[in-house]
Write a protein that binds this ligand. Structure first.
Ligand SMILES: *[C@@H]1O[C@H](CO)[C@@H](O)[C@H](O)[C@H]1NC(C)=O
Ligand SMILES: *[C@@H]1O[C@H](CO)[C@@H](O)[C@H](O)[C@H]1NC(C)=O
Ligand SMILES: *[C@@H]1O[C@H](CO)[C@@H](O)[C@H](O)[C@H]1NC(C)=O
Ligand SMILES: *[C@@H]1O[C@H](CO)[C@@H](O)[C@H](O)[C@H]1NC(C)=O
Ligand SMILES: *[C@@H]1O[C@H](CO)[C@@H](O)[C@H](O)[C@H]1NC(C)=O
Ligand SMILES: *[C@@H]1O[C@H](CO)[C@@H](O)[C@H](O)[C@H]1NC(C)=O
Length: 310
């Protein structure tokens, strides 16, 4: 008895130094209480109408069933002013943390541009971390940072398994298309869209610390680590992340007061721009989004939980 007690106290002390502690759970019937509904005009020129909470509720765009929350776009009406949809930002803001999102479905299909991201005030000065993002019927997730000047990544000293698309995180970087940011493409076709949904999704884990930078892991549902499931996440045991953004050529002060954001945009400066050329989607993006409501039956998020550890 005595030995056991000594042993567990020691374990506790050793374990606590690096342990992440749960601070916020966004889940079930209280999920939406943690968020503001941003019913703004889309700054990225989408064919979308973001609605307020009352409208989202009354028109069935948000709901909770068996503790799973759904956020969707209108998929029944022809909508000449853009497709009614959701953009929410957490009321609480963060300066570091481990963000664990468990979801079973994400929006996909021609015209869609969904994102799960963290964003700071006075963009791009507070920084932006795009954790799940893509357009149309994309198959592999893109993970991207956007910052003010002087934030670069060095692919040769990064441990991520994904493919570097661009290295300069600054929105005005020369030699990259405007606002490309520093971006990594996952090598997994179950990381996004249809492939993600047919495998019942999984867990996206994002670690953000001043000392080690930003890392993002994706775990398909069949291989979620048991330390995540048990609520004691230990990133050191997870192996290489998909994306690794160390703060070696980028000061940590490029990121501050970030709000957790989910949105479902349509067309706009990304999905619309590559709708035909890259994805061979039908007709024109805005005509499709406005006039083909039935095409958006897969345009929804299903979220089990979002847990933040600090
Ligand atoms: C987690 O909580 C323990 C016990 O209060 C504390 O010692 C530890 O520093 C905390 N970890 C972090 C990362 O804040
Ligand atoms: C956003 O919603 C609020 C609260 O319902 C409303 O007062 C405001 O007019 C809406 N803004 C826009 C741009 O629709
Ligand atoms: C959420 O809305 C409240 C009330 O409008 C506002 O004070 C707060 O700044 C908003 N939070 C974020 C992160 O935008
Ligand atoms: C980027 O360039 C635009 C146009 O020159 C300028 O208005 C903006 O302030 C710049 N932003 C940053 C973060 O440097
Ligand atoms: C990459 O992994 C190596 C070996 O595990 C480690 O020494 C190094 O610190 C890691 N680099 C980064 C940027 O995390
Ligand atoms: C996307 O959808 C279009 C139209 O149905 C199709 O032609 C194209 O091959 C699809 N692309 C991918 C990557 O599935």
């Amino acid at each position: 008895m005595r030995l056991t007690t000594v042993f567990s106290v020691t374990t506790l002390l050793l374990g606590s130094a690096s342990a992440w502690n749960l601070t916020d759970t966004y889940q079930g019937s209280t999920f939406f209480d943690g968020f503001n509904f941003s019913n703004i005009t889309d700054p990225t020129k989408g064919t979308v109408q973001y609605v307020d909470r009352a409208t989202a509720q009354s028109s069935g765009l948000i709901s909770v069933k068996n503790n799973v929350i759904t956020m969707k776009a209108d998929d029944t009406n022809v909508t000449p002013n853009g497709r009614p949809s959701i953009r929410i930002a957490s009321k609480k803001t963060y300066n570091s943390g481990l963000f664990i999102l468990d979801l079973t479905h994400m929006p996909t299909g021609c015209g869609t541009w969904p994102a799960y991201w963290l964003v700071g005030p006075k963009w791009p000065n507070g920084g932006e971390i795009d954790i799940i993002e893509g357009v149309n019927n994309q198959t592999n997730n893109h993970i991207t940072l956007h910052t003010s000047a002087n934030c670069q990544m060095d692919p040769t000293s990064s441990n991520g398994t994904g493919k570097w698309l661009t290295n300069n995180c600054a929105v005005n970087a020369t030699g990259q298309s405007p606002n490309a940011g520093c971006s990594v493409q996952s090598s997994s076709a179950t990381s996004y869209g249809r492939g993600f949904n047919s495998a019942q999704g999984g867990v996206y884990a994002t670690q953000w610390k001043d000392t080690t930078g930003i890392q993002v892991w994706f775990f398909p549902r069949r291989s979620i680590p048991s330390d995540i499931t048990s609520g004691h996440p230990n990133p050191a045991s997870w192996g290489k992340p998909t994306a690794d953004f160390p703060f070696s050529k980028c000061s940590s002060n490029h990121f501050s007061n970030l709000a957790i954001t989910f949105d479902l945009d349509f067309c706009g400066v990304w999905a619309g721009a590559v709708y035909k050329s890259q994805f061979h989607c039908p007709g024109t993006c805005s005509d499709y989004v406005i006039n083909q409501p039935k095409a958006f039956s897969e345009a929804y998020w299903n979220i089990n939980s979002l847990k933040v550890y600090q």
